[in-house]
Design a protein around this ligand. Structure first.
Ligand code: MG
Length: 386
């Protein structure tokens, strides 16, 4: 066990928080970050994650990860790390659950398609869109648009950002211009995200039959765990073997990350969250050998799973669907539901064509996979007249 106090001085805390854009009274029985997490869970964008693709399009099967189960796994891994390091668990959970709120339908293929459509209008980036969802698009409160989350949660959601976009984001964009770090909870979530998807994509890829255990044995981290499990349980069945390997891989990565970060924190000795932000490098990191193994696994998945012809076919088809939807709504906004038409005329009158494009992108990005597929049928299949 480590000797860290329950909440370390360099963790985010309500006392050192940079607060909310619209000041609100403190909640009586919850921390500010619990309130953020609760607002995220009650948002409509969060519910829609259930029907958005992670790697496998949602209707391909009920066993695969969706954006929702992915986000829950990130939160689980993130909280375990945060607790071990004396960081703020509630904030880590809030960032984890919100980090993919801006994802389009159909995973990365959807994001690429929408980015192409928005090429002349400032582009589309899912990370920035997650921030847009919590800052503007959710409409639930009488006094403000968005969820009015704390600075620290918003800082964690915005993982990366171009200098042009950063200039428009005020205090939140500063760190990208000054090359500073986010708080430790944001750093934890960032790596918890990668640990979660690497491992669950292996599980889903094996389940779908797109990759094999034999192929995966090329990857050092997988092979080491494979040999250990096989030695202990020579007659183990394939499903159990897969789960044993994956759970050991997650554990190894989490333990390595915690141990390495404890050392880095000892050396850097930040006194508070602002010291963390000013530090030249991130302080939540894998050891060098683990970083290499982690990168090797990512490379394996890129080559063998994300570019697999069956995944690629779905990507091409889904890009096509989103491009057609975007063009149809952009050319004829009367096809949009009335409230989106209203937003479109407001934004178009203040920003011109980029405003029109942004509202269409917001609408398309907010769709679930199945809503986009149905909408595409309704609009482009001449036999569907609704
Ligand atoms: Mg993610």
């Amino acid at each position: 066990m480590n000797s860290f106090p329950k909440i370390a001085p360099y963790a985010a805390s309500t006392d050192s928080s940079r607060g909310r854009s619209y000041p609100e009274d403190a909640p009586p029985y919850r921390s500010e970050y619990q309130r953020d997490r609760d607002r995220i869970i009650h948002s409509s964008a969060f519910r829609r994650l259930e029907y958005k693709t992670q790697v496998f399009v949602n209707h391909e099967g009920d066993m695969f990860r969706t954006r929702l189960t992915h986000s829950i796994e990130v939160a689980q891994i993130g909280r375990a790390i945060a607790r071990a390091l004396g960081l703020n668990e509630d904030l880590t959970e809030a960032i984890s659950l919100a980090h993919d709120l801006g994802h389009t339908p159909f995973g990365h293929a959807g994001q690429d398609a929408l980015n192409n459509c928005m090429e002349d209008y400032g582009g589309f980036e899912h990370n920035l869109q997650s921030l847009r969802v919590v800052d503007e698009l959710e409409q639930r409160y009488a006094n403000f648009n968005g969820l009015n989350l704390t600075f620290e949660t918003r800082e964690g959601i915005l993982k990366h950002c171009s200098p042009e976009n950063a200039q428009q984001l005020g205090q939140l964009g500063e760190r990208f211009l000054n090359k500073q770090q986010p708080g430790l909870e944001a750093q934890v979530t960032n790596i918890a995200d990668a640990i979660a998807y690497n491992n669950h994509d292996i599980d889903d890829g094996l389940r779908a039959g797109l990759i094999t255990i034999e192929q995966l044995r090329e990857a050092t981290l997988f092979e080491a765990q494979y040999l250990q499990v096989k030695e202990k349980h020579p007659d183990i069945g394939t499903r159990q073997l897969t789960h044993e390997i994956i759970r050991h891989m997650i554990n190894q990565q989490v333990v390595d990350l915690i141990q390495t970060s404890i050392e880095l924190l000892k050396q850097a000795a930040p006194k508070n969250i602002d010291d963390v932000r000013m530090h030249k490098q991130t302080l939540i990191r894998f050891s060098k050998p683990m970083h290499e193994q982690h990168t090797e696994l990512k490379r394996f998945l890129r080559q063998n799973l994300y570019r697999h012809h069956r995944v690629h076919r779905m990507s091409v088809k889904s890009r096509h669907i989103l491009q057609k939807l975007f063009t149809a709504f952009f050319q004829d906004p009367l096809l949009l539901p009335p409230e989106h038409q209203q937003r479109l005329s407001q934004l178009e009158s203040s920003l011109g064509e980029p405003g029109r494009a942004r509202v269409v992108a917001d609408y398309v990005a907010g769709m679930t996979d199945r809503f986009a597929i149905n909408e595409s049928r309704k609009l482009f299949d001449s036999l569907e007249l609704t």
